[in-house]
Design a protein around this ligand. Structure first.
Ligand SMILES: [Zn+2]
Length: 325
């Protein structure tokens, strides 16, 4: 510190005698650290009763905001909502966050990110798991909320090998029934067919995939909550330890700037729009009424907080970091 300061002054003084402007710039560049130009690993830890939760970022998926983005709202209204959240109005960077739950008995991963296959800005899950001190081989259970590619592609590494080789994989029974059905695939719109193919690629050769129904306790302390609409078998999860509870919304409220403020809006990827909106209202109401914590797949990182009622709508309140542990 002393040395660099002395050097800074010496250079400045020497140079000042002949060139008054250039040396100052040169000294300042040398004296400061270069900008890193990239984000630090997205990892956030919190406690829930005796459980330890770690939110793990997978990156983000940049999605154009056009007239089709929200099915039942004018583009101008959508742009106003984005502006109110200080977000760009033409593209939404959709964060993708998975949740690790250490129950003490089991290390559980809920959803697996996009595996870097949907955009080069995704696929950071493994790297960030390692940054959080987790060995992917130590994951005992992987629980999937639904079969949209940004939740399942991370089940496999880029070379196709299972990313969590020792984990038991559990999926919603209704999702399996829909996405693995050849008839449904043949009737699907063209834009959706690749999601069917992705599901087959991901799950096809896995030896054992457990299927769970609504209200099933998948792992001790983690219970399925039917949240159908976003996809046919889409599930939320209630995570409970002692008297502490968290409702993991999965994609039921998508991004808070749009769908917590306007729960009746339907995003293009809500496969059954009216059902998704009804589910959204039910879960937001449940979280607000019970004052329990929520997590969500596409809220800004770390995507953990609370839902408050705000007149006819709702408001997302991120968790205070100092209250997390
Ligand atoms: Zn999603």
């Amino acid at each position: 510190m002393k040395l660099s300061r002395r050097r800074f002054i010496a250079r400045g003084a020497a140079a000042a005698s002949c060139l008054p402007l250039a040396p100052l710039t040169a000294s300042v560049v040398e004296a400061s650290a270069p900008a890193a130009g990239k984000q630090v690993p997205a990892v956030f830890r919190s406690r829930l009763g005796a459980f330890e939760l770690t939110a793990i970022g997978d990156g983000y998926w940049p999605r154009t905001v056009d007239a089709d983005f929200v099915r039942n709202a004018d583009l101008m209204e959508v742009q106003t909502a984005l502006r109110m959240a200080f977000l760009p109005i033409d593209v939404l960077h959709i964060p993708i966050t998975a949740l690790v739950v250490n129950t003490g008995g089991k290390l559980v991963l809920i959803d697996t990110g996009a595996g870097g296959r949907m955009a080069p800005t995704t696929g950071m899950l493994t790297e960030n798991l390692e940054a959080a001190g987790f060995d992917p081989r130590a994951v005992d259970a992987v629980v999937i909320s639904h079969f949209h590619p940004d939740h399942i592609l991370g089940l496999r590494n880029r070379d196709g090998a299972p990313a969590f080789p020792n984990a038991e994989v559990s999926v919603p029974a209704r999702e399996w029934a829909f996405w693995m059905d050849d008839g449904e695939m043949s009737r699907a719109p063209d834009g959706q067919r690749w999601a069917f193919q992705a599901a087959r690629k991901v799950f096809g050769s896995l030896r054992d995939v457990r299927r769970f129904e609504d209200k099933a306790e998948i792992v001790a302390g983690i219970t399925a909550v039917a949240a159908f609409g976003h996809s046919p078998g889409h599930m939320a999860f209630r995570i409970a330890s002692g008297t502490d509870q968290l409702l993991s919304l999965s994609d039921a409220a998508y991004h808070p700037a749009l769908f917590v403020r306007h729960p009746n809006w339907q995003i293009a990827s809500d496969m059954d729009g009216p059902m998704a909106a009804a589910t959204r209202a039910r879960l937001l109401d449940m979280a607000a009424g019970e004052r329990i914590r929520i997590a969500a797949s596409h809220f800004p990182f770390p995507a953990i907080g609370h839902i408050a009622r705000a007149r006819e709508r709702y408001r997302y309140v991120p968790l205070d970091r100092e209250r997390a542990m």
